[in-house]
Design a protein around this ligand. Structure first.
Ligand code: IMP
Length: 424
């Protein structure tokens, strides 16, 4: 049995939900460790399609227990609704979900503040957030005024804290002539959510460590991707958590010495939602074609994703940083119709050739991608069940990108369904 961390290698939306669903077949515990309902993990099982935002993707495996770890920021009303919707589709939660007592809550004033900051930003500084209140909730956590899930267990204490914080924020909103939190209306919704979520709120650090000691199989489910990591991504165009594998430990309470394996998920090309540099982005009709073929629209906000060629510079950096042992490459089938494919192998920055990801986002924005071109395969990969069944040119393309990023391919996905995935 082992502890595996699964992370996105690019800008999120790599198809992690699907790979997690496949890997959870044998998992005892599936743990979310960062982010919040900015994530949208899509899982297709037969004719059913589910989009999860906070609930771990292991929920579709009846034997797996799901944990929302302490590093996650939880909007209690959104989580309650998500659970109710899944229950209405016969997904069992009883004894199967735990929410960490230490999770920080996302409250109405956080999403209002998120919208306000975006609205007021100088257009060049606009991040294009999901407006779910993620950044302001993590900011409250770091500035030590956050409210944690454990406070929902005592509704008197929770009401006092919520009302104090809402009053604080309302003075700021009033000063900018902005929408205020309707405290009483919001409190009614929060009280319902607190009562609904109470049975699930536990000290998950103990659950996770006990499972690890008992040699159970644990899967840590990353959200977003390395290039959105608050420390290593294209700052400030990032999310507010550590999306990289190290975040699995701080966001769950399991020591790094118990992590055995890191799986990095990446698309066979690149996408990005929101603002910020994207060196291999395809504009105009070329970008539109890839978006259409890949059905590239955000699972959380429905926004069209920006699309581009595979970027080996950022992916190599990401695999190094995450310590990726195994690659899962998704959406290979999206490239089936191309005559030729480009892969970015270096950036030209201020006239110099660079093969490592620059730490200055302005340099990344200035980068001119240096491409190698590969022949396309012009045939369908959607029914392949093993590496050898893929067209020769597809095999070459995959081997090349794995070599460029310096990790071994373990899983390939050739379509949205659970069955269209195979191990190599
Ligand atoms: P936030 O996480 O809502 O603060 O948004 C910050 C940046 O991360 C924006 O560019 C978002 O589009 C991006 N982002 C956040 N969550 C996801 C995700 O799950 N997939 C892809 N991009 C995301």
């Amino acid at each position: 049995m082992s502890s595996t961390v699964l992370v996105g290698v690019q800008w999120g939306d790599e198809g992690k939900g699907k790979i997690i669903d496949v890997l959870t077949e044998k998992s005892d515990l599936v743990v979310r460790f960062q982010g919040g309902n900015n994530a949208g993990h899509t899982v297709e099982i037969g004719n059913d399609k589910f989009v999860l935002h906070v609930v771990p993707s292991g929920i579709f495996r009846p034997k797996a227990k799901c944990i929302v770890g302490n590093g996650v920021v939880v909007d209690p009303i959104v989580l309650m609704e998500e659970i109710k919707k899944l229950q209405a589709r016969n997904i069992e939660f009883e004894g199967r979900l735990e929410i960490s007592t230490r999770c920080h809550l996302i409250l109405k004033y956080h999403s209002l503040m998120d919208g306000l900051k975006e609205q007021q930003s100088n257009p060049e500084r606009k991040i294009g957030t999901t407006k779910r209140g993620i950044g302001p909730a993590y900011a409250d956590k770091a500035s030590r005024r956050g409210i944690r899930a454990l406070e929902m267990l005592d509704t008197g204490r929770f009401e006092k804290r919520f009302k104090e914080e809402a009053a604080f924020y309302n003075t700021i909103f009033a000063g900018c002539n902005c929408e205020l939190v309707n405290v009483d209306e919001e409190w009614i919704k929060l009280l319902e959510a607190a009562k609904f979520l109470t049975p699930y709120i536990k000290d998950t650090v103990l659950t996770i460590n006990k499972a690890s000691k008992e040699n159970k199989s644990i899967l840590f489910e990353g959200a977003q991707g390395m290039l959105l990591d608050v420390d290593y991504g294209t700052y400030p165009f990032v999310t507010s958590s550590n999306t990289t594998s190290g975040g699995a430990c701080t966001g769950s309470g399991l020591s790094p010495k118990y992590i055995d394996n890191i799986v990095g998920v990446m698309k066979a090309y690149c996408t990005r939602v929101g603002e910020g540099p994207f060196p291999t982005e395809l504009m105009g009709e070329e970008g539109e074609r890839l978006r259409r073929l890949g059905r590239e629209y955000g699972a959380t906000t429905g926004r069209p994703r920006r699309c581009g060629w595979f970027d080996a510079v950022s992916a190599r950096y990401s695999c190094m940083l995450n310590g990726v042992d195994t690659l899962a490459i998704t959406k290979l089938d999206v490239l089936d119709q191309y005559d030729s494919l480009k892969v970015c192998v270096a950036y030209k920055v201020n006239g110099e050739m660079v093969t490592d990801m620059p730490s200055d986002t302005e340099d990344i924005a200035k980068s001119i991608p240096v491409y190698e071109t590969y022949q396309g395969w012009h045939s369908s990969t959607t029914s392949a069940t093993c590496f050898e069944e893929l067209p020769d040119e597809a095999q070459k393309y995959l081997r090349k990108i794995a070599e460029l990023v310096g990790a071994d391919i373990g899983i390939i996905s050739v379509g949205p369904n659970r069955s269209q995935t195979f191990k190599t």
